[in-house]
Design a protein around this ligand. Structure first.
Ligand SMILES: NC(=O)c1ccc[n+]([C@@H]2O[C@H](COP(=O)([O-])OP(=O)(O)OC[C@H]3O[C@@H](n4cnc5c(N)ncnc54)[C@H](O)[C@@H]3O)[C@@H](O)[C@H]2O)c1
Length: 274
């Protein structure tokens, strides 16, 4: 049920790769709530061609941009201003990639060139996006910028490897840039820490099924879906959350504050009795 929460608002959504992507579901919800969008992804991701279907459904233009390239980002923001007829109100950074995770490198055997890439693509790009947006004066006052994080920023998940470090940096950038953007433009900046979700990025992690299942059992409400996350992002883009900034917002069905649940106890008894 749409409530026109984003009527008259315009923005950029990074990271819709296929229909499982959190960014994809968000684009659909933003459109449903009356928002206008420019879609963007890395030029290499365009080859899949899936994004064209989404663009058609939500009436959006697509502007390719590698989030590690300042030239691409400047072009993206400049063109978006033209396409959307003026300044924008929201940005979703839904980007993550670690070559070390992809190639299942152990944390004690990291390739440092790849580690740099992980940090650049998954965290520094968030700074690049905001710095470009601010320098080109592209954001309306009370705009909202969101990036997606994971609880591996606070707790160690061995197979999440250097992505945990990237998420810690991402959340730190949200606080530092959030301060700056609030002062300069009244723009708010937050990260949403999402439950494990079945997407291209998610399933690239060794043992993903196990921690998806474990998180589901340790969350009193169960894991939050990509669609639930999209709904939360819409609320964070709306005027209903104008005073929320510099936060890491847990969107995890209660996982992060649960010690143990009946489901975990049952699971442990089952294992013991086998
Ligand atoms: N899936 C999960 O379990 C989960 C949980 C918590 C947080 N997240 C975060 O959510 C975000 C979105 O991931 P997703 O799960 O929807 O997976 P996804 O694979 O659908 O999205 C990741 C996106 O990052 C894009 N990307 C990679 N390198 C890029 C670059 N250089 N420039 C621009 N874009 C680039 C990819 O093309 C892709 O669209 C990521 O930040 C991810 O870490 C995911």
């Amino acid at each position: 049920m749409a409530n026109n929460l984003l009527k008259g608002k315009k923005g950029i959504i990074f990271g819709a790769l296929d229909e499982n992507s959190i960014a994809w579901k968000t684009a659909l919800k933003v459109h449903e709530e009356g928002g206008k969008i420019v879609l963007t992804n890395a030029p290499i991701a365009m080859r899949l061609g899936e994004i064209n279907k989404l663009a058609e459904t939500v009436g959006a233009e697509i502007i390719p941009a590698d989030a590690t390239s300042m030239k691409d980002l400047e072009n993206l923001f400049q063109k978006s201003l033209e396409l959307l007829n003026g300044k924008i109100d929201f940005v979703l950074h839904s980007i993550g990639m670690s070559p070390n995770v992809r190639k299942a490198k152990a944390y004690g055997d990291l390739n440092y060139e790849w580690f740099h890439k992980t940090l650049d693509i998954s965290a520094m790009s968030f700074h690049r996006v905001m710095q470009t947006a601010e320098k080109l004066d592209t954001m309306n006052e009370w705009g909202s910028v969101i990036a997606l994080s994971y609880i591996a920023a606070q707790r160690t998940y061995p197979d999440y490897s250097d992505m945990g470090n990237a998420k810690a940096l991402l959340e730190s950038i949200a606080r530092s840039y959030g301060y700056r953007f609030a002062k300069s433009k009244k723009v708010r900046v937050n990260t949403i820490s999402q439950s494990p979700t079945i997407t291209r990025a998610g399933t690239g992690i060794t043992g993903f099924d196990a921690f998806l299942d474990y998180a589901d059992k340790l969350s009193p409400l169960g894991n939050a879906s990509a669609e639930d996350c999209a709904n939360y992002i819409v609320v964070m883009f709306s005027d209903l959350t104008r005073m929320v900034t510099m936060q890491n917002l847990m969107h995890d069905g209660g996982f992060s504050t649960s010690g143990i649940t009946d489901e975990i106890v049952e699971m442990l008894y089952e294992i013991k009795s086998e």
